[in-house]
Design a binder for this molecule. Structure first.
Ligand SMILES: [Zn+2]
Length: 93
């Protein structure tokens, strides 16, 4: 797995952030510089699904913030046709 960091605006809040690709490049693990945002992992399919859903994105901000610097990580993915957001333990640093 590559740990190359990419710089891109945060998917949730558009602030400066960086991400690494995880899960064989099917997911991105973002670390955001915005104090109201934080850290999360999102699958590419969830990114497509949420692209215009700004309400949902803003709901995820406090969850991402809560995970920052803890041993939990916000995971955003598709379950069936719905978006699932949950905090899971980190499997790697
Ligand atoms: Zn952000």
């Amino acid at each position: 797995m590559s740990n190359t960091k990419f710089s891109e605006s945060c998917y949730l809040c558009n602030s400066d952030s960086s991400y690494i690709k995880t899960d064989n490049e099917n997911r991105r693990h973002y670390l955001c510089s915005n104090e109201s945002c934080g850290e999360y992992e999102i699958s590419l399919s969830a990114m497509e699904h949420l692209i215009d859903n700004n309400d949902f994105k803003s709901q995820l901000l406090p969850l991402a913030k809560r995970c920052k610097g803890t041993d939990g990580l916000l995971e955003i993915s598709i379950r069936g046709t719905a978006i699932a957001a949950k905090v899971r333990p980190r499997t790697e640093v």
